[in-house]
Design a protein around this ligand. Structure first.
Ligand code: ZN
Length: 221
């Protein structure tokens, strides 16, 4: 164990669940923060809560309904279709400022808990047009949060430079591939595990898994 306390930003999806296991291997005391921002699928919150309970990680669910009040997007509104962004545009699932706000609130909570380490599953490799998933943004926010609260937080992004295939490889290395595959919710239709299989999120996840399993099978021959 490297350090004492850490806070993980947790959604119950593949990425943040991989980060949860990553952090469990490293910190004596881990807390999960779950943000309820009026996701169209309440199932997402329930999924995160179920995993935290199963893994014995204490958690808090914070009401971020304000985000839904501020912006309209496909993750919170039933009447907006999930669509990939046209050239130069953000996809319809983009919630402006979401990671910025979540990380900032997680830092306030971390300070309350006496935790210095904050873990988030943001990833630049598959960043799908979300500017606040980029490494330069996270580094900039880390500096800002430390100045804002006179703290020495360290924001960890274990998945920043991994593609989906490599994220599955990391899960497998930790012995959690099957757990993460079965229990997490990434699908825009709100279906756990392998999901609907057709939404952009399911496709990205499945392609990565297929690539990884094929590579692993090849290596085993
Ligand atoms: Zn899906």
């Amino acid at each position: 164990m490297l350090e004492d306390k850490a806070v993980v930003v947790f959604s119950g999806g593949q990425d943040s669940t991989t980060c949860l296991f990553w952090a469990k291997e490293r910190y004596r005391s881990l807390h999960a923060v779950i943000f309820d921002y009026g996701q169209r699928h309440k199932e997402e919150i329930q999924c995160a809560v179920d995993i935290a309970n199963e893994q014995g990680v204490p958690y808090k669910v914070f009401d971020m309904g304000l985000l839904n009040q501020l912006t309209a997007n496909a993750l919170t509104r039933e009447n907006i279709l999930v669509q990939a962004g046209e050239a130069g545009e953000s996809p319809s699932t983009f919630v402006a400022g979401r990671n910025h706000l979540f990380l900032s609130f997680a830092a306030v909570y971390a300070r309350e808990m006496g935790a210095k380490h904050i873990i988030t599953g943001v990833c630049e490799t598959d960043f799908s047009g979300y500017p606040d998933c980029r490494d330069v943004f996270v580094k900039s926010l880390n500096v800002t949060l430390n100045l804002a609260m006179d703290e020495q937080f360290v924001i960890h992004t274990p998945l920043m430079w991994l593609n989906k295939k490599e994220t599955w490889a990391l899960a497998d290395k930790m012995g959690q591939l099957e757990y993460i595959r079965a229990k997490t919710l990434t699908c825009y239709e709100g279906i756990r595990g392998d999901g609907c299989g057709t939404c952009p999120s399911c496709q990205l996840r499945q392609n990565g898994l297929d690539l990884y399993l094929r590579e692993k099978a090849g290596a085993g021959q």
